[in-house]
Unconditional design. Structure first.
Length: 500
């Protein structure tokens, strides 16, 4: 981005049009770039003087200033002096106070006195006094990321970003709207997605009072532009507060590209609240898969993309999940209106308790859980358990009254996969030809054979091998069914004994 005093825009026709440059200005761009390269090892004042010469012969000095501002970020400046400047100044000022400097001769005497006090040459004092001033610093390195052509693109991107500093609304159409929504949310911007005749349009906006009270949204708009410009086709229309007058700015992919610049660094989650919840939820062994930013939901003439969805592992069923953080009253009202128009979906909303709108969300036929600082996983899981109970009951209605597996040994998990249900759905169904050993159905004949093969005094490792051959991996349940136990020998192994 550029500074506001480097901004170059046209206001003709009431519009707000950044004055982009093209390859015709390549020669000027190359001169500025070469000026920086040729001044490595020289003082900043010398670089500044050369840039002023270029400005004097350019059509627009702001262009040179803005280009130089971008290149300065690629340069390294250091203070070079025989002595630390602060130390030299302190000694010189102390000496000047004792001497009483009113003439050049007295100044020279003060410098000599300071030099004697530091055991250095007076010239070292003179060279160090103001070496840390910006003009006196030396450019020690310059490693630009751009050549003249890509610097043109970089300048145009920065100019467009700066033009968005005073935006009060931004509307974007893109070939990748979901990606833009992700970036918008992660930048803390408030948004809506509207359905228009031309397709979905991302509307990033907020209360006027908020925008006029802070530049946070303007700079976030500028950062968002980098993500927008990464998509192949896009169109942005912004309403700009131009010193009290609202003007319209329009940008497309023909105006701005991202030349070899890293795109917006996007964290994995929109907020710490969401990241914390996702980490704790995924650590649980549940029959639900947490999906980040699922497909959009229709909400009347608008669209919303929930923060998460919970996908049930044993049926084609999902529950959407939205986190409502600390938002402004105006934006909360917009969100409530949006939730009211979302139909035929199961939606859980975690709402910051400070908003006090949990009952209003419930009145819109959605499940609401309140939170303060962090979303309690238990509260959400409790709601999912209710859905799960209904799903298990529905699954049980299509299961047979009696289970008759063909295999001699089969796990309940394998049977559940066969019927495409959760394992818990099989819990109450009898299997008359098998016995249930832990989580496995085993024919009585297999158990009798195991009873003959497994003898007290065998090592646990031997017994586990025999059980594995039979297809049983629940050693504890199998030994209990066979009337045995394990006598442990430290942590390394054990011996099978008859249960007394």
């Amino acid at each position: 981005m550029l500074r506001k005093d480097h901004l170059r825009v046209s206001r003709a026709g009431g519009e707000y049009a950044p004055q982009f440059i093209d390859r015709e200005q390549r020669r000027l761009v190359a001169r500025v770039l070469e000026t920086f390269r040729s001044h490595v090892g020289e003082r900043y004042a010398e670089l500044e003087a050369r840039l002023e010469d270029i400005e004097a012969n350019a059509d627009d000095f702001k262009l040179v200033r803005g280009m130089a501002a971008l290149l300065e970020r690629e340069a390294t400046f250091q203070t070079r002096s025989p002595l630390p400047p602060r130390r030299a100044r302190r000694k010189a000022f102390e000496a000047a106070e004792s001497v009483g400097v009113t003439t050049s001769a007295e100044r020279e005497l003060a410098v000599e006195t300071a030099a004697d006090g530091l055991s250095v040459d007076p010239a070292d004092i003179e060279a160090s006094l103001y070496a840390d001033r910006e003009d006196e610093q030396v450019m020690t390195g310059f490693e630009p990321r751009w050549d003249p052509d890509t610097l043109v693109d970089r300048y145009n991107l920065s100019l467009a970003q700066t033009s968005l500093f005073d935006a009060i609304e931004v509307r974007v159409r893109s070939t990748d709207p979901k990606r833009l929504v992700s970036a918008t949310k992660r930048l803390g911007l408030m948004y809506e997605i509207e359905m228009t005749e031309e397709g979905r349009e991302l509307v990033v906006t907020g209360p006027d009072s908020l925008f006029r009270g802070t530049r946070r949204y303007g700079t976030a708009f500028a950062r968002l532009l980098r993500s927008i410009a990464e998509t192949p086709e896009w169109r942005l229309t912004a309403t700009i507060d131009d010193r009290g007058t609202e003007r319209t700015m329009t940008l497309t992919e023909t105006d701005v590209t991202v030349p070899g610049v890293e795109p917006l660094a996007e964290p994995a989650f929109d907020s710490g609240v969401e990241a914390d919840f996702a980490g704790r939820f995924r650590s649980l062994d549940l029959d639900w898969t947490l999906v980040r930013e699922p497909e959009p939901l229709e909400a009347g003439t608008r669209v919303m993309i929930p923060d998460f969805s919970f996908e049930y592992d044993h049926a084609d069923f999902r529950v959407f999940f939205e986190v409502m953080g600390f938002w402004t009253p105006e934006y909360v009202e917009k969100k409530l209106s949006q939730l009211e128009t979302v139909e035929s979906v199961d939606l859980i909303v975690a709402v910051d308790e400070s908003l006090g709108v949990g009952e209003e969300i419930a009145a819109r036929d959605h499940r609401a859980v309140t939170y303060s600082r962090t979303v309690r996983v238990k509260d959400v899981v409790d709601v999912l358990r209710e859905y799960e109970s209904d799903l298990l009951a529905e699954a049980a209605s299509v299961l047979p009254d009696v289970l008759r597996p063909d295999q001699d040994v089969v796990t309940m998990d394998a049977l559940a996969r066969r019927y495409d249900v959760a394992t818990e759905a099989l819990g109450g169904i009898p299997a008359p030809e098998h016995e249930r050993v832990g989580g496995t159905f085993v024919r009585p004949g297999i158990l009798a054979d195991l009873k003959d093969r497994i003898e007290p005094g065998m090592s646990l490792a031997e017994v586990e091998s025999i059980l594995a051959e039979a297809g049983i991996d629940d050693t504890s349940a199998a030994l209990s069914r066979l009337g045995c136990r394990v006598e442990w020998d430290g942590l390394t192994g054990g011996t099978v004994r008859e249960r007394s």
